[in-house]
Design a protein around this ligand. Structure first.
Ligand code: NAD
Length: 253
């Protein structure tokens, strides 16, 4: 059996209706997993679920009770969840600190930080009781290198640290928890910034060691690796998938 054969596994993907989450749904399903697509946008989640032969759930990750209900519902419909990918998130406009509205800060922290924690705990606690599972949180290189993203960068740094905390807590229960930190990835979220004319493409594409942006499929490959048996001794890490932007790029150039 291939190490990346997920036949018989159940995977749940938050933010699965778009971008990185949708790419994870497609790759996990292509490798045999039965996939639950959970997203705020139910119509788009249903479209991805139809495409991958999975099921769709409406989920607002910022609410703890909604995550607990989703974890129970996925288990009731597909069986115990083996894999969780937390890709639900929002991206912040680059603004000077003094220009950033408090409501924007609250929104980013509520969805990207608290939402990720809510999902990880709701699904991961069930894995820990069962004694096996893999959780991959989608963080960001913005959580590693400071950028003028005064809400988003700290929220993603918190996701990286919470990944380590959960990995330490659940390791003896057979649950691995790792983060993937995408570089600048061509998804609808980033496309909006490009369409607004923000100085992203030259800074991001030109600044990477490999001279390109990252695709959602690049991220999905890393996620599948971390969920697979090939990564059975890996927990608590944060894996940047950034075409080498962290080693070569700078926001300030
Ligand atoms: P995207 O906008 O294409 O997808 C995000 C999905 O999350 C959408 O389907 C949206 O409906 C969903 N969502 C938003 N708020 C939600 C909520 N409260 N509850 C449930 N679902 C919600 O964006 P993407 O680029 O694919 O981003 C996915 C993840 O990757 C995010 O966490 C983002 O911060 C992270 N990331 C993206 C990039 C990038 O360059 N695109 C870089 C680093 C990290």
């Amino acid at each position: 059996m291939s190490e990346q054969n997920f036949a018989g596994k159940v995977a749940a993907v938050t933010g699965g209706a778009s971008g990185i989450g949708a790419a994870c749904c497609r790759l996990l399903a292509a490798r045999g997993a039965r996939v639950a697509v959970a997203d705020l946008d139910l119509a788009r989640a249903e479209a991805v679920a139809r495409e991958v032969g999975g099921i769709a759930f409406a989920l607002d990750v910022s609410t703890k009770a909604a995550n607990d209900a989703a974890a129970a519902a996925v288990e009731a419909q597909l069986g115990p969840v083996d894999i969780l990918v937390t890709s639900a998130g929002v991206i912040q406009r680059p603004l000077r600190a003094e220009e950033l509205p408090e409501r924007d800060v609250e929104n980013v922290v509520r969805i990207d930080q608290i939402g990720t924690w809510n999902s990880a705990v709701a699904f991961g606690r069930r894995m820990a009781v069962r004694g096996s599972g893999a959780v991959v949180t989608i963080a960001s290189i913005a959580g590693i290198r400071s950028m003028p993203l005064h809400a988003y960068s700290p929220a993603k740094a918190a996701v990286i640290e919470m990944t380590r905390c959960l990995a330490a807590e659940w390791g003896r229960s057979g649950v691995r928890v790792n983060a993937v930190s995408p570089g600048f990835t061509r998804t609808p979220a980033l496309q909006e910034a490009i369409d607004r004319g923000e100085r992203v493409v030259s800074l991001l594409e030109g600044g990477s060691a490999l001279g390109r942006m990252v695709t959602p499929e690049d991220i999905a490959e890393a996620v599948c690796f971390l969920c697979s048996d090939a990564a059975c001794a890996i927990t608590g890490i944060n894996l940047p998938v950034d075409a080498g932007w962290l080693v070569a790029g700078s926001w300030a150039t």
